[in-house]
Design a binder for this molecule. Structure first.
Ligand code: ADP
Ligand code: TRP
Length: 321
């Protein structure tokens, strides 16, 4: 089964990105044919600094490889290195109802926040549909917030197939259960937009400080607490093994503990969890030619498939002779 997903290079990745999205890619590459790309064309809807976009795109490749994406198992590439996708976007744009895009949460939210709604932002889901359909993808691992875009993709593909005959494979979204919502330092969903993120990479001491500053309630030291409702516990659970989690839950229910100790446990467990990835990232930073080679080879494999699918789609709708 072919699995595909994209990551926008819009900033440094955080724990939410890892447990909500990246961890699934790493897992799925063991059992499925994986295609993973860095969505620089999508990022262009928000990043308007060329130097920064280029840097973020390369950094995202380093991040994915450091976190365990294995280029001998999965194909890693940059979205814009496959121009067939942009051409396919146009084919799909015709036949996509405005109303379908107007209903998309991501667009509505960004517009509500006062972002200028340009055509790129509005048609963002069509480019995403092309990303998926260009590789005959069957399974698309994403965070909960992207599920609607996969539905849009299925709609667009279904309409095209209906009008021009079977052309595209209809994909399915795949979400991870416990990855659905990683809380941030303030207890809300961890997100760049809320300024409550804990980064995967960066200065360990600084991250530890951020963890020690996680907002907690005013429960007295001796009081017991239901662990499931506590965001510190939810964070600890991401990193600790079953026995450790059970022990922590028992401690919450018993009472007589301070949040400082839990924060320290979160910091220790997360450092241990990401230690190998951090070391790998440092190696990759010193080996940029290797990273570039991986991306070039990946784009080559991706283009082979995308050009076949694009030819199929053009022929179906009568574009080109
Ligand atoms: P942000 O909210 O920080 O801008 P993105 O929207 O770039 O994050 O998310 C990239 C991927 O990471 C998406 O698939 C998204 O669902 C996932 N993700 C982001 N934040 C979280 C979170 N707090 N919990 C689970 N998954 C998340
Ligand atoms: N829109 C996705 C996000 O913000 C990134 C993305 C672009 C993507 N194209 C995709 C994800 C295709 C899955 C499939 O997270």
């Amino acid at each position: 089964m072919r699995v595909l997903s994209g990551i926008q290079p819009t900033g440094r990745p955080h724990w939410g990105n890892f447990f909500g999205a990246i961890a699934q890619y790493i897992q799925l590459q063991q059992t499925h044919e994986g295609f993973y790309f860095i969505a620089d064309l999508h990022a262009l809807t928000t990043i308007r600094d060329p130097q920064q976009l280029r840097q973020n795109t390369f950094d995202a490749a380093l991040d994915l490889l450091a976190l365990g994406l294995d280029p001998t198992k999965a194909t890693l590439f940059v979205q814009s290195a496959v121009p067939e996708v942009s051409e396919l976007t146009w084919l799909l744009m015709t036949g996509t109802p405005m109303g379908l895009l107007e209903r998309c949460h991501a667009y509505k939210e960004k517009k509500a926040k006062g972002l200028t709604a340009d055509a790129g932002l509005f048609t963002y889901p069509v480019l995403m549909a092309a990303d998926i359909l260009a590789y005959d993808s069957q399974l698309v691992p994403v965070g909960q917030d992207q599920v609607q875009h996969i539905e849009v993709c299925r709609d667009i593909a279904g309409t095209f197939n209906h009008q021009f005959g079977e052309t595209f494979v209809l994909p399915k979204a795949k979400t991870l259960e416990h990855g659905a919502k990683v809380p941030g330092t303030d207890g809300q969903k961890m997100s760049k937009s809320y300024d409550n993120t804990l980064p995967l990479f960066g200065d360990e001491k600084a991250i530890r400080k951020q963890i020690m500053r996680i907002v907690t309630d005013s429960r007295a030291m001796e009081d017991a607490k239901e662990p499931e409702s506590d965001h510190l516990y939810q964070l600890y659970r991401l990193f600790a093994d079953r026995d450790q989690v059970d022990a922590m839950a028992a401690m919450y229910r018993r009472g007589g503990f301070g949040y400082g100790a839990v924060k320290k446990a979160v910091a220790d467990a997360s450092e241990a969890y990401f230690a190998a990835a951090r070391a790998k990232r440092r190696d990759l930073e010193a080996n940029q030619d290797y990273v570039q080679q991986v991306l070039t080879a990946g784009a080559g494999r991706a283009r082979e498939i995308a050009s076949t699918v694009l030819a199929r789609a053009k022929s179906a709708c009568g574009v080109g002779l």
